[in-house]
Write a protein that binds this ligand. Sequence first.
Ligand code: MN
Length: 130
Amino acid sequence: MKINRGREKSLHSERRSETFTGTVWADRVLSDPKGAVGIGSVFFEPKARTYWHRHSGGQVLVVTHGQGRVRSGDGNGGVIAAGDVVHIAPGEEHWHGAEPDNYLLHLAISLGQTEWLRAVTDEEYRQGFE
Ligand code: MN
């Protein structure tokens, strides 16, 4: 057996709570000191999700494991699963999170600043999915 070490020992997963509902953990993959781009690996327990928010330069989500949901303010979106890649336009109001019976792990590539709005209600979480 051989283990290729890709993770610094000093790196700790960060519990995200202020702008998330449920248990969410994030690992920083890259953070640009100028704030132009942030890359994170984000783990959502079942039912966990972000608040409504926008990215000034847009965002790409690469779903690596599990199954989740994404929804924009105009009602677009749907169920997402491993292998899916979601492109979110600059300024597009949206949320993302796990399905009720599945965890979700995605890589989030965020461009520009993130503006957090408000929590996604249980009704909004269910709307169009159940
Ligand atoms: Mn987002």
